[in-house]
Design a protein around this ligand. Structure first.
Ligand SMILES: N[C@@H](CCC(=O)N[C@@H](CS)C(=O)NCC(=O)O)C(=O)O
Length: 219
């Protein structure tokens, strides 16, 4: 296959997922960083939604992080990062979808909420979602330590960048990962120790600082 090019922005959690997936697969790739506040023309030509991440392989362009990551897993099957069994595969996709369309949406709505009553409502909602992730997600799918068992999967790589940033949302909005979510906590520490996380991560202070601007704007 042709050279893999990852079009990315360091700050983007969706792009971090794909960057981590490429690293976990041990693939050689070239990284092209985009300044999202000043998008170059070539980027708008290559990215159909004008968003990162985009992966280019020869003349083919694949976009949307969840789709890119499944594409990478199918095109480069070792090590496998989705279950083979169709039911287990569907469940993995359900929790990937939950991350993208429920928890991430509401977590960032909490970050951006201006009204204290709305913040309180969203804080409760997001903390309940974390309990759901812990008890209906992780604990139902496997005994761990990863989402699907002994090995890292696309579900882990989907959630990790957003948990890396959740500490900053929690800081600004006085939310927390509930005490009883012990599996999430152990999983997060394990994920953070992986080389793919270390190569792409920023610490909590970095996100607290970045997100302060939006919190101040919302105030
Ligand atoms: N659903 C997309 C979301 C990607 C996304 O929102 N990327 C942001 C950066 S984190 C972006 O490129 N934003 C540029 C813009 O909206 O103009 C995915 O999963 O890839």
């Amino acid at each position: 296959m042709s050279t893999i090019e990852l079009i990315t922005a360091e700050v983007c959690p969706y792009a971090q997922r794909t960057h981590m997936t490429l690293l976990e697969k041990g693939l050689a790739f070239e990284r092209r960083e985009v300044d999202l506040s000043n998008k170059p023309d070539w980027f708008n030509e290559v990215s159909p939604y004008s968003k990162v991440p985009v992966v280019k392989i020869g003349d083919d362009v694949v976009y949307e992080s969840a789709i890119i990551n499944e594409f990478i897993d199918e095109a480069y099957p070792e090590p496998p990062m989705m279950p083979r069994d169709p039911v287990a595969r569907a469940k993995a996709r359900i929790w990937i979808d939950y991350c993208n369309n429920v928890w991430v949406e509401d977590s960032y709505e909490l970050l951006f909420a201006k009204d204290p009553a709305k913040q309180a409502e969203l804080r409760t909602k997001v903390e309940d979602q974390l309990r759901k992730i812990e008890f209906d997600g992780m604990r139902q799918l496997s005994d761990g330590p990863y989402w699907l068992g002994e090995n890292v999967s696309l579900v882990d790589l989907t959630y990790y960048p957003f948990f890396e940033r959740f500490g900053a949302i929690a800081h600004h909005r006085k939310a927390s990962i509930p005490e009883e979510c012990t599996r999430i906590r152990a999983w997060y520490d394990l994920m953070a120790s992986r080389d793919s996380a270390k190569a792409t991560a920023h610490d909590e202070a970095y996100y607290i600082d970045r997100y302060r601007k939006w919190v101040d704007e919302a105030a």
